[in-house]
Design a protein around this ligand. Structure first.
Ligand code: F6P
Length: 374
């Protein structure tokens, strides 16, 4: 049976990380007599050997705290900033793992962390992962730690914006996080009754949105709420991006590839103010005063919801039992309310997008919400 287990939290913080650490630690120590060593600031702490023994006292009283007591970072083991260079430090991390006589390492994180854990696994480390991200975009799991809390915060924002939009007869665009997927904006949009919901999976046409808003005006509703995911894009932009990607794919020489990549970077930079640009366009098309709220990091902050505490406790304890069984190389996933171990190779290099036949998409359409496409 394993004796010493390392743990780290990596990627963007989310509410519920401490609840997961507590559950993992309490079960690992109490039920299976394992010792837990935490590494600070994600993979960076592992590289620099900055660690702490996570005993009963350290894990006590943290269930309801937001953030992570271990700290986090977005560092990648194979591209670590060292001095002014990016270096592959996976073997240096293996040395620290061996130095501590670790039997396994638990990595709690999002899509990037799953990939980084997989890389460490390939050096010979025993790895188990726990999925967390407010984006809910990790493949092979129904949900992730942090999503439920963020959904509540985002829905509250959509709710609150109704009264001010209504009073001023304005269009209010509320930009929500989600990276390249629309789970958060779609969920909060449906739950908060947004009139228009824009997600990356459904490229939008501003004329279609303007028409939906004008339809509301014609029926006496002089305000509209648009919930827009940070990754949402117009049909025009989506087509431009496709062309650039094809150019990169068809590049024959190294120079052509570098040139194509530069073009993509420049294009991506030009897209950074998409929500503001759409707001201006809608103001022009409808003649209605328009405002933008970018909700930002508040979506990741504060106390985890009851749902996230439950999920984190289930996932943390499930990870502890995998450690006891020495079942490694997998992510603890949620599948139809049950915890299951999914091999990491089935998780990495995939992203869970909103499927067009998802119940939330269908429900949004059925209550007359405009999704920007038709
Ligand atoms: O992945 C979680 C997330 O909050 C995304 O929704 C958002 O795009 C991103 O992180 C922000 O990243 P950072 O914390 O690096 O600014």
């Amino acid at each position: 049976m394993a004796k010493y287990v390392g743990v780290l939290t990596a990627g963007g913080d989310t509410p519920g990380l401490n609840a997961a650490l507590r559950a993992l630690g309490k079960s690992a120590m109490g039920e299976y007599d394992l010792q837990l060593i935490g590494f600070y600031d994600g993979f960076r702490g592992l590289m620099n050997d900055r660690s702490v023994i996570l005993d009963e006292q350290k894990l006590s009283g943290i269930l309801t705290f937001g953030g992570t007591i271990l700290g986090t970072s977005r560092d990648k083991p194979h591209r670590m900033p060292v001095g002014d260079k990016l270096m592959d430090m996976t073997n240096a991390m293996l040395e620290i793992y061996q130095k501590h006589h670790l039997d396994a390492l638990v990595c709690i994180g999002g899509g990037g962390t799953q990939k980084n854990a997989f890389r460490l696994m390939q050096t010979g480390m025993n790895v188990i992962t726990i999925p967390k991200t407010i984006d809910r975009d990790i493949a092979m799991t129904d949900t992730t730690i942090g999503f439920d809390t963020a959904l509540g915060i985002a829905t509250d924002a959509v709710d609150r914006l109704h009264s001010t939009a209504h009073s001023h007869h304005r269009i209010v665009l509320v930009e929500l996080m989600g990276h390249n997927t629309g789970w958060l904006a779609l969920g909060a949009g449906v739950a908060g009754g947004a009139d228009v919901i824009l997600i990356p999976e459904i490229p939008y046409d501003p004329a279609v949105i303007a028409e939906a808003i004008l339809d509301r005006v014609r029926s006496g509703k002089r305000f509209s709420i648009v919930a827009i995911s940070e990754g949402a894009t117009s049909k025009k932009s989506a087509a431009e991006f496709d062309v650039l990607c094809k150019e990169k794919k068809n590049a024959k020489t190294k120079e052509e590839k570098v040139k194509a990549e530069k073009k993509i970077e420049t294009w991506q930079r030009s897209q950074s103010n998409k929500t503001m640009a759409l707001a201006q366009e809608l103001e022009g098309l409808t003649g209605l005063e328009t405002r933008v709220t970018i909700l930002g990091y508040v979506q990741r902050g504060g106390t985890p919801s009851a749902g996230d505490r439950l999920l984190a406790t289930e996932l943390g304890t499930a990870a502890a039992s995998l450690l006891a069984k020495e079942k490694y190389g997998c992510m603890v996933a949620v599948h139809e309310e049950r915890m299951e171990a999914v091999p990491l190779e089935k998780v990495v290099d995939r992203r869970k997008m909103v499927p067009m036949d998802h119940a939330w998409v269908k429900a949004a359409k059925r209550v007359g919400t405009c999704l920007g496409d038709e």
